[in-house]
Design a protein around this ligand. Structure first.
Ligand SMILES: [Zn+2]
Length: 308
């Protein structure tokens, strides 16, 4: 672990972009782009025709021929002296059924450290939900056993989310995911379950969990507030900006697609024509923007972060 110990609170050149939300700083920590076929698999209703309708998606969010671009990254937030990581990506060296997630080998931890977040310095890890691509770096393989990557952090999960997975019959790939990336955190005593009522739950000064169920029963978006400024991290309530243009586009892995549409419509409507920055958990660069209304629907006006 000692190789991941730079001077604390130092932003190193070459780390990902940063957005200021009042006094809070939000860094994007890149893991990997997702392979080109991912969009058509994940969001099958986002056909090239549907994507073509929204010209603003190109070139950043879609290819010229209408394929979606998607990414895996975390957001690392400096909030009133707390160091908070929102979601932990896919992780390295995992056995996964999805070839896009299987045995990755990325310098994610080095990038996280370069952003000033050495693993030992992280205070809170917020997991928007318990899917493969959001919990991977919860743990590290140390001599063949999976141990928490962030030994000094509390890991937060919505109680609804935890209870759902505890109550269903999981197939072997999902059991594997819980064995290597979720249960070691619980077994180390680092897991906190959070009750998230409809009104949301403040988990730290300026940081609230907002229920956005549907993709999974306990999926949360993460609201950031500082002074008059605010931002929302989507989790998988919104996978791709095309879902602003057509909020009815569902993902093939939504557990309750109708509920997911309802949550997405509510979230997007609440952000429309406000100054609240939307940060997409799978949006490729520039990743963030303001939601505006246009011709009876919505679009994203990109707000690129500042690269160091
Ligand atoms: Zn995801």
């Amino acid at each position: 672990m000692h190789q991941f110990t730079p001077p604390p609170h130092t932003v190193v050149h070459g780390s990902g972009p940063t957005w200021a939300v009042g006094e809070l700083l939000v860094h994007r920590v890149d893991e990997t782009e997702l392979p080109p076929p991912t969009g058509a698999w994940l969001l099958p209703e986002a056909t090239p025709d549907a994507v073509g309708d929204a010209r603003w998606l190109r070139p950043d969010f879609a290819t010229p021929d209408g394929a979606l671009r998607l990414a895996s990254h975390s957001f690392a937030v400096e909030a009133n002296g707390l160091r908070v990581l929102v979601d932990t990506g896919i992780g390295n060296g995992r056995t996964r059924a999805n070839p896009a997630f299987d045995h990755l080998d990325t310098p994610y931890l080095q990038r996280l450290t370069a952003a000033g977040f050495a693993p030992e310095s992280v205070d809170l890890v917020i997991l928007t939900h318990l899917h493969t691509d959001h919990v991977g770096w919860n743990t590290l393989d140390r001599n063949g056993s999976w141990v928490p990557t962030f030994p000094n952090a509390r890991y937060l999960v919505a109680r609804t989310e935890w209870d759902y997975w505890a109550g269903v019959e999981m197939d072997e790939p999902r059991r594997q995911l819980f064995r290597d990336s979720v249960h070691p955190v619980r077994d180390a005593g680092l897991l906190d379950l959070v009750d998230v009522p409809d009104t949301g739950s403040e988990v730290a000064p300026g940081i609230r969990l907002r229920p956005t169920p549907g993709h999974t029963p306990g999926q949360v978006a993460v609201e950031l507030h500082s002074g008059a400024r605010s931002a929302v991290i989507t989790g998988d309530c919104i996978h791709h900006p095309v879902q602003l243009h057509r909020p009815g586009i569902t993902s093939c892995v939504d557990i309750d697609p109708a509920q997911a549409i309802h949550s997405r419509r509510e979230l997007v409507a609440s952000l429309a024509d406000t100054e609240t920055l939307l940060l997409g958990s799978h949006f490729p660069p520039p990743t963030a923007g303001l939601v505006t209304t246009e011709a009876g629907t919505y679009r994203l006006r990109p707000v690129p972060g500042v690269s160091s």
